[in-house]
Design a protein around this ligand. Structure first.
Ligand SMILES: NCc1[nH]cc(CCC(=O)O)c1CC(=O)O
Length: 308
């Protein structure tokens, strides 16, 4: 009997995701035993600061990657959207799982939709990407920063007397809380985070046996889609703390990719869409067009503000 060890953050969502992965692995590999190592990351420790100000890419994954180097764990389960586009030497994504609903959602206090929110409504999110797009659609709303895991943020809806909070559909669904969703936001209104809704299964590149075990989790279609999205992010040198979004889907056998770059106040919002078959070429094309429109200057300004 083979025993392998997975590393995970210990937030309720991370644990739920990791347990889901363990179940799938056991289905495919009868007799396999999977131990779980819970690891606290910098992103989990620093909860009192807006995410974009904590700084640094890979806030939620560095300690877990170190545990893989140290062979305390054999592989790790992450939310793909928390993964920087560059992979550290010696590590790889052995699998990208089938994507859940990639959309953002609003949970409103009165159960209404986003467009029903009263003038000047207080909306909780610490994502600059969400803030930029929602303020662009509704310049009157006030963004309130809310950090912490899903449970904490749900509680803040009441505690801070917010009118709405914005979360990822996938996280709520995995937790069994889809019934709390007031509205799933169409990508036309809010382009999701790169890779949102997919899980990244990471291991050491030289560990052939683990790679083979994990390969059953890979979904080819999702990999193509998120490769296009992640190419945009990589070309714009972004991380999850920067107002960048990209969303790809398959339309008539082709990939359709939309990328956005915004200023945090929503005053500027650049958006470009293109279709194609090669995910990397498509991602590059969309990024290039965004840069032509001035994405570089917007992002530079945002980075300066963050570093103040
Ligand atoms: N930023 C934290 C985070 N990382 C992944 C998810 C949701 C699950 C996913 O996108 O796969 C969330 C919570 C959220 O944004 O609401």
């Amino acid at each position: 009997m083979k025993r392998i060890v997975v590393g995970t953050r210990k937030s309720p969502l991370a644990l739920t995701q990791t347990e889901w992965v363990i179940e799938r692995l056991k289905e495919h590999h009868p007799g396999l035993e999977v131990g779980m190592e819970k690891i606290v990351t910098k992103g989990d420790r620093i909860l009192d600061v807006t995410l974009s100000k904590v700084g640094g890419k890979g806030l939620f994954i560095k300690e877990i990657e170190q545990a893989m180097y140290d062979k305390q764990i054999d592989f790790a389960v992450h939310s793909l959207k928390d993964m920087p586009t560059e992979m550290p030497d010696g590590l790889m994504l052995a699998a990208i799982t089938e994507r859940e609903d990639p959309r953002d959602v609003v949970i409103t206090r009165n159960g209404g939709t986003f467009s029903d929110l009263p003038i000047g409504a207080k909306v909780g999110t610490s994502s600059l990407r969400r803030a930029a797009q929602l303020c662009h659609a509704r310049p009157d709303i006030k963004i309130v920063s809310v950090r912490g895991n899903i449970n904490t943020r749900l509680a803040k809806l009441e505690e801070l007397e917010l009118d709405a909070i914005v979360l990822a559909a996938a996280g709520l669904e995995r937790m069994g809380w889809a019934d709390k969703i007031s509205e799933r936001l169409a990508p036309e209104l809010c382009i999701p985070a790169v890779g949102q809704g997919a899980l990244a299964i990471q291991c050491r590149s030289d560990d052939q046996e683990i790679r083979e075990i994990l390969s059953v989790l890979d979904n080819e279609q999702t990999r193509r889609i998120v490769t296009a999205e992640r190419t945009v992010l990589g070309q714009l040198n972004g991380g999850c703390q920067i107002p960048i979004g990209a969303y790809a889907e398959t339309v008539d056998g082709e990939l359709k990719l939309t990328g956005i770059v915004g200023s945090a106040d929503g005053l500027t919002l650049l958006k470009e869409t293109a279709t194609g078959t090669d995910p990397v070429a498509l991602g590059q094309a969309v990024a290039e067009r965004l840069i032509e429109k001035g994405a570089g200057e917007i992002l530079e300004k945002v980075r300066e503000e963050i570093n103040q």
